[in-house]
Design a protein around this ligand. Structure first.
Ligand code: ATP
Ligand code: MG
Length: 449
């Protein structure tokens, strides 16, 4: 086990409270991560000082969570979350503690924390570790274990089962038997937890080194069914061709193979989620999943909205899912390359290619060579280098030019600009103001102008 070695500034921070006669402990994830030798960037501190006393003791304090007894202190370039010792009584609705009560000792504060590895405190004055629940031992055994009776703790807060799996996935730990067994019976509670809290933990699970560890635990415990019946519907859906897995294992393998970026990991997890809905079977033939990318885009969008992901994330994931079935070959002419680029958008290109590589790896069950996409990359690079038009903004005419020849702004102008872009993608030489105005003039009757 590594040493707990916080920066000098944190001791200086603690000195200020000590001078006011208050104690100060580093708690939670920072202590756990120091012991594991992981990088520590968030500093959570617990103290017997009340928030108003903390506010008085430091110059720059933001009342970030004052209802819960938390303030953020900006100190010598650090952001330190300072929370007064708490006990949490009960969570009647399974969502929020009914009340937040201050505790008088660090011991009480530690016993309301979720897992033994998160329930240690490092005394910044005496410089020693308090570990009343055997956190170090569980770290050494690589176990996630609830503090106290797991059923009771999960009943208090239905998010904790998901957190147990998140930590197991992030750290590659096992979940201790009793704690694991308590997850199933706690799903009724889990269903009451707000989408935002679920999203946060799910996100961390997906960004862990091997997300399928967490995903399989979610599936085995029944949490995945509560989060996404659509994903569970992919279990046992067999596929043919090069595929070595059913749809759900294919999705897990694709997530594991994709770079640790949220949008990519989500796209990898969801890119075939609509396959069960798209599946068509005929006697004596392999099933088909024609247009499954459309079904998948629809289901992915519904799921991401339900989990309240930010619109920017949802839109990009859905976009990638919808386009993941592109099939390039060297019969594509330049107009086809420009249209592909127009549809994907230059900013999404690298992600779409990364998704394709992850998808391929999930199909055959071993890494595919990303250089397979090089020919298409080169064709696209050539289009970009020639500064050829593949978007309305690249056209040599703007809306204003069209109004000057009697085309009023509105939906018709929009359609006409699209038609001009199609023309220019077929023949880049036409992207000149005079020629485009001429073409637009000829198109007017078609648009009833
Ligand atoms: P990370 O490094 O991912 O932020 P963390 O351990 O700091 O991990 P947080 O969610 O930031 O996790 O929570 C900080 C600490 O607060 C935890 O270590 C734990 O002691 C306590 N905690 C957080 N959420 C809960 C919860 N739902 N129930 C009980 N204790 C919790
Ligand atoms: Mg944290």
């Amino acid at each position: 086990m590594r040493a707990i070695n916080p920066p000098r500034e944190l001791y200086e921070f603690a000195r200020v409270l000590a001078d006011a006669g208050k104690s100060c402990f580093l708690v939670g994830g920072a202590v756990r991560d120091y012991l594991l030798g992981r990088e520590v960037s968030d500093f959570d501190v617990a103290t017997d000082a009340r928030p108003e006393e903390v506010i008085k003791a430091y110059k720059r304090v933001i009342p970030t969570g004052i209802k819960h007894g938390t303030v953020t202190v900006l100190f010598k370039g650090m952001e330190i979350e300072v929370t007064t010792f708490r006990t949490e009584s009960s969570y009647a609705d399974g969502r929020h503690p009914d009340s937040v009560e201050y505790a008088s000792t660090i011991g009480e504060d530690l016993s309301r924390r979720d897992f033994t590895m998160n329930a240690m405190a490092f005394d910044l004055g005496a410089r020693d570790l308090l570990d009343p629940h055997g956190g170090r031992e569980d770290l050494a055994r690589r176990l996630v274990r609830a503090v106290g009776d797991p059923l009771e703790r999960f009943r208090e807060d239905g998010l904790r089962p998901l957190r147990a799996i998140r930590f197991a996935s992030q750290l590659g730990f096992k979940i201790e038997g009793g704690t694991l067994a308590a997850i199933g019976p706690s799903i009724v509670r889990f269903r009451l937890v707000s989408a935002e809290r679920v999203r946060e933990e799910l996100q961390k699970t997906l960004l862990s080194p091997v997300p399928s560890l967490g995903l399989r635990l979610l599936e085995e415990t029944g949490l995945l069914a509560a989060i996404s019946p659509e994903l569970i519907g992919c279990r046992g859906v067999e596929q043919r061709g090069m595929h070595v897995f059913d749809v759900l294992d294919h999705l897990y393998a694709s997530v594991d193979a994709s770079p640790p970026e949220l949008v990519l990991r989500l796209a990898a997890l969801l890119h075939d989620i609509g396959k069960p809905a798209a599946k068509k079977e005929k006697e004596g033939e392999d099933p088909t999943f024609y247009r499954h990318e459309e079904y998948s885009a629809r289901d992915a969008e519904a799921l991401l909205k339900r989990l309240r992901f930010p619109n920017a994330v949802t839109d990009e994931v859905v976009h990638l899912v919808r386009l993941h079935m592109f099939a390039y070959d060297d019969s594509w002419g330049d107009p086809a390359v420009r249209r592909f680029l127009a549809r994907v958008g230059p900013d999404s290109l690298d992600r779409l290619f990364a998704l394709r590589v992850a998808d391929g790896t999930g199909i055959i069950g071993r890494p595919v060579d990303p250089r397979g996409l090089d020919p298409l990359r080169e064709r696209i690079a050539a289009v970009l280098a020639a500064k050829e038009a593949f978007g309305i903004a690249d056209l040599a005419v703007k809306g204003g030019d069209l109004s000057s020849i009697g085309i009023p702004p509105g939906p018709k102008m929009g359609m006409m600009l699209k038609e001009l872009l199609e023309t220019v993608m077929d023949d880049p030489a036409l992207n000149e103001r005079g020629r485009l105005l001429e073409i637009a003039g000829k198109l007017k009757p078609k648009y009833g102008l």
